[in-house]
Design a protein around this ligand. Structure first.
Ligand code: SF4
Ligand SMILES: [Zn+2]
Ligand SMILES: [Zn+2]
Length: 309
């Protein structure tokens, strides 16, 4: 089925083909409906945008800017993190800066080097650890801490339906249901938990839809991917899911939609999970020290050892 006589640019899992204009309308409506359906954004908020400069976060920025033009009481500020990945992050940060200038959105950039003493590339030289493990822990830590410092009421991330389907499966494979209880289009809503509420307006948009929207609307001109991504567990789950989706269209929707039906029970089951504060930095921690402080300590020791050689 085709929307109109214009040239189609994408075929949806339902089998419907859409032209550029109708796809753009479909995509934006889906993101706005997600915001309304899951009550992601109130009438008056200061939303932080976790901006990497990749297709997902640039699309997110564009959608939130459109939302702001309908509701000027929504304040937007972008927060970018420079992990220190040579030949990759400099490029996406340049895209991020350009997008913020074009849309008149203030941008704050913080870096692993300044916050944790060294860039990610160096961390991986001194410590034998999976890149995405340490990178993910430090990123979540900084997003939470800086969002509170900057006075955001919520932080919006560019996670899409593919990301969520991967996370759901990864947690199942690792038998970690408590991690799944923290997923969903809105998380971290427990009051006084020390966690800033995180929202995912692109939750129901597939990766293919986000990429199509970004390129068709001139938000991005090149596609860059982190050189470490292929080493991650997530990349293996992603490839497996993409293979399944190609054979059985609608698989990713199936995973996320059935998960959404179970999520209220999961949240209820893990609502009393103990969460204290890190004795070093005061950020939320399930043990005496948060994972970021544990890794910072390990890095310092490893650096001293490397220098002594
Ligand atoms: S792919 Fe891994 S190493 Fe690269 S930015 Fe993402 S989490 Fe960090
Ligand atoms: Zn059309
Ligand atoms: Zn800490």
């Amino acid at each position: 089925m085709q929307c109109c006589p214009q040239k189609p640019v994408i075929m949806l899992p339902s089998g419907e083909s859409l032209c550029k204009g109708h796809f753009t309308e479909y995509f934006e409506n889906k993101a706005f409906k997600t915001i309304t359906k899951f009550s992601l954004i109130g009438k008056e908020e200061h939303i932080g945008i976790a901006l990497s400069g990749g297709k997902d976060s640039i699309t997110l920025l564009n959608i939130l800017k459109k939302l702001q033009s309908r509701n000027p009481k929504i304040r937007l500020t972008a927060l970018a993190i420079n992990e220190g990945i040579h030949g990759y992050r400099d490029k996406t940060l340049a895209t991020a800066k350009k997008a913020c200038e074009k849309n008149g959105i203030p941008l704050h950039i913080c870096s692993y080097e300044k916050e944790f003493g060294m860039p990610l590339d160096e961390m991986l030289r001194v410590l034998d650890v999976k890149p995405c493990t340490i990178c993910g822990i430090f990123r979540r830590y900084l997003l939470n801490k800086k969002s509170k410092e900057l006075g955001f009421t919520k932080i919006a991330t560019g996670h899409n339906l593919d990301d969520e389907a991967q996370s759901i499966l990864m947690n199942q494979f690792r038998n970690d249901l408590s991690a799944s209880a923290r997923l969903g289009p809105i998380s971290g809503v427990k009051e006084n938990s020390g966690f800033i509420t995180r929202i995912k307006p692109l939750y129901l948009c597939t990766e293919k839809e986000v990429a199509t929207y970004a390129f068709l609307n001139g938000l991005l001109d090149t596609f860059t991917e982190c050189p470490n991504v292929s080493k991650s567990y997530r990349a293996q789950v992603r490839d497996m899911l993409n293979g399944f989706e190609a054979k059985f269209p609608g698989t990713k929707y199936g995973i996320v939609n059935s998960f959404l039906q179970m999520l209220p029970e999961l949240k209820e089951r893990f609502k009393n999970a103990e969460m204290g504060s890190c004795t070093e930095c005061g950020e939320p921690a399930s043990k005496d020290k948060c994972n970021a402080c544990r890794f910072t300590e390990r890095l310092e020791k490893a650096k001293i050892k490397a220098e002594a050689k």
